[in-house]
Structure formats: structure tokens, C-alpha cells
Design a protein around this ligand. Structure first.
Ligand SMILES: C[S@@+](CC[C@H](N)C(=O)[O-])C[C@H]1O[C@@H](n2cnc3c(N)ncnc32)[C@H](O)[C@@H]1O
Length: 323
């Protein structure tokens, strides 16, 4: 009798346990079903807690996008061959393809190392050709003048697609700087035809190379959400625009005009405006463009500037202006 009651008792307890387990599961499923999405939406509406390095992360990401670091798909338009027969075959074939919205391309991936230092191959679709190291240098110089309150605007003379200037504007935006302007100085028609009489140095360009229109550059700023009244454009050749540019003081002068005469004119009209403690950045000091280096050396010599020049990478250099 006692054994029978014990069995009934255990069976009853097991039944109660089973019922509570089932109802608990139903409740969990229901609460997941009903409360789940509400919880997610609620979380999404919560403000993101401030990150100490959010500015750095934004600027880091921007450098990678501006240079397409690891983002190119590896295909580039096939260059026109040199020999007459191949040239003919190339253009005939390419014209036929163009009627079907196609073109000849080659697989030509760009290594990450190339994007770090910039250069010819790294300039495929990015908004700047200067590479990550020289962008790092812009970041260093601009954040330093902000931190040390060196007065003045920022300028790049020789902007091409505008990427370096977009990055300068982004640094001001990241740190909430409202009292400085980024000046974008370029012909927006490419390099000038070298004035061989006035500047008899070696010329490796014939003029017109690297033309990017003002509209395209403004559009690039717009794509990054950075086109506003803290960006000013000086359209025209340096010789015409720089002498009368309404710039009072500069904290950072970036020199990227490639030619002896372009670099000379940049120094002549902009260097005196750089505040003491501001930076002069040279894009082509150690690279292949020796006339650009000579223009810097000639100006420094003529004006008794002896401040040591710091190397950035295989091409770029900079120095801080002293009293
Ligand atoms: C090497 S690209 C600049 C690259 C750019 N800084 C970047 O971030 O990729 C040189 C630019 O300088 C401009 N330039 C050179 N000499 C110039 C001059 N005398 N007046 C106006 N623009 C000039 C050219 O139009 C070209 O866009």
C-alpha cells in the first residue's frame, strides 16, 4: 500500500514538473517573440556611448577609403600599345567593344604596400594619389597646429581630385574646428605648359596632365559630406590666383604642384603667410620630380632657411617653420 502511494506521489510530482517546464518554455518563446524586436529597437535608439578614439577611427577609415586601401577590384583599362599594328588592333577592338558598353581591361591588382606610399598605380579610382603615409603626415601636422593653437588656414597648392584637401577638412570636422578654412588651389585643367624661357629647368611634363574639373572635385567633397563654407576653391594657374588670394595666415601649406615653376610660385606667394610654428609639406622632395626639389632648395637658400627637412616616405618631406 505504502509503495503504491509513493509511486503515485512520484508520478504526480513528475507531472507537475513537466507542466511547469512546458509552461515556462511557452512563456520564454512568447517573450522572445513579443519582446525581442522591441528590445532591439529600444537598444538601437539608445545613444552610442562616447568613444575616446572615435575621431581617430573616423580619420583612419577615411584614409583607407580615399586611397582605396585594399578596396580596388584589381582590373584596370588596358593601356594603348606602342607599336602601330598593335595600336590599330587595340583601337579597332576597343571601339567595337565600346558599342556594347565594354572595354579592354587587364588584371593588375595593387598591393597594399603600394597604397601605403601612393604613386602612379595607386591613383586608379582613389581621390588622392599620395598614399597613406603622406596622409598620416597631414593628420600629424593639422592636429598639431590645432593642439598648439598655431593661427591660420590650411592650403594645398596642387589638389588633383581633392583627396588630401578632403582629408584636411575631415580633420577640422572631427575636432569641431570652425575657425579655419581649407583652401583648394588648382587650375582644375591640369599642369600648365612649362614656361621654358623663365624656368629653363628640366621639364618632364608638357602641360595639361592630371586635369580634373572643379565640378568633379567639389562633387568628391560632397560625396564625403564635407563640402561647406569651410572649403574655398582658388581656380586658375598659381601665377594668377595666388598673388591675390584672400588668405591672411596659414598654419599648414602643402606644396604639390610638381613643376619647378609651380613650386617656386607656391613658395613665393604662400610661404610668407605661414605662421611661425606652422608646417610646410612637400609632396615631391625625394621622389622622381627633381625640379620640384630644386625649387624648394633654391627658395630655402635664397631666404636663408636652414631648418632641417624631415622625410615622410620615398617622396614626401616637411618642416616646421621657425621664428
Ligand atoms: C600631383 S597632382 C596633386 C595630387 C594631389 N595633391 C593628391 O592628393 O592626389 C598636381 C596638381 O597640381 C596642379 N598644378 C600644378 N601646377 C599648377 C599651377 N601652376 N597652377 C595650378 N595648378 C597647378 C595640377 O593641375 C594637378 O592637379
Amino acid at each position: 500500500m505504502l509503495r503504491k502511494s509513493a509511486v503515485i506521489c512520484v508520478a504526480a510530482l513528475a507531472l507537475i514538473g513537466l507542466v511547469s517546464l512546458v509552461s515556462a518554455s511557452v512563456l520564454v518563446v512568447m517573450s522572445l517573440h513579443t519582446a525581442g524586436p522591441t528590445k532591439t529597437v529600444h537598444n538601437a535608439l539608445k545613444p552610442i556611448p562616447p568613444q575616446p578614439d572615435a575621431e581617430d577611427r573616423y580619420l583612419e577609415l577615411l584614409k583607407r577609403v580615399l586611397t582605396r586601401y585594399g578596396l580596388e577590384n584589381g582590373y584596370a583599362p588596358l593601356q594603348e600599345p606602342q607599336s602601330a599594328l598593335k595600336k590599330w588592333a587595340y583601337s579597332t577592338f576597343n571601339r567595337a567593344l565600346a558599342t556594347r558598353d565594354k572595354q579592354l581591361v587587364r588584371y593588375w591588382p595593387i598591393g597594399l604596400e603600394e597604397t601605403e606610399v601612393g604613386g602612379d598605380r595607386a591613383l586608379r579610382s582613389g581621390e588622392t594619389m599620395i598614399g597613406l603615409k603622406r596622409l598620416d603626415n597631414i593628420q600629424f601636422c593639422v592636429t598639431d597646429v590645432i593642439r598648439r593653437k598655431i593661427p591660420g588656414d590650411l592650403i594645398e597648392c596642387g589638389a588633383w581630385r581633392g583627396g588630401a584637401c578632403i582629408f584636411m577638412r575631415a580633420i577640422l570636422a572631427a575636432y569641431g574646428v570652425k575657425d579655419r578654412v581649407v583652401w583648394v588651389s588648382d587650375s582644375f585643367e591640369g599642369l600648365p605648359r612649362p614656361d621654358e624661357d623663365k624656368y629653363p629647368e628640366a621639364h618632364i611634363w608638357s602641360g595639361g596632365e592630371m586635369a580634373v574639373s572643379l565640378e568633379e572635385v567639389q562633387n568628391n567633397f560632397k560625396n564625403y559630406g564635407l563640402l561647406d563654407d569651410q572649403v574655398r576653391f582658388l581656380k586658375g594657374f598659381f601665377i594668377d590666383t595666388l598673388p591675390k588670394a584672400p588668405i591672411e595666415r596659414l598654419a599648414v601649406l602643402r606644396v604639390d604642384g610638381d613643376l619647378y615653376e609651380s613650386v617656386t610660385q607656391t613658395f613665393e606667394y604662400m610661404y610668407p603667410k605661414v605662421s611661425d610654428g606652422g608646417y610646410i609639406i612637400l609632396d615631391d622632395y625625394y621622389g622622381a620630380l627633381s625640379p620640384a626639389k630644386k625649387a624648394v632648395d633654391d627658395y630655402r637658400k635664397a631666404h636663408g632657411i636652414a631648418t632641417p627637412i624631415e622625410r615622410i616616405d620615398f617622396s614626401g618631406a616637411y618642416w616646421r617653420k621657425e621664428k
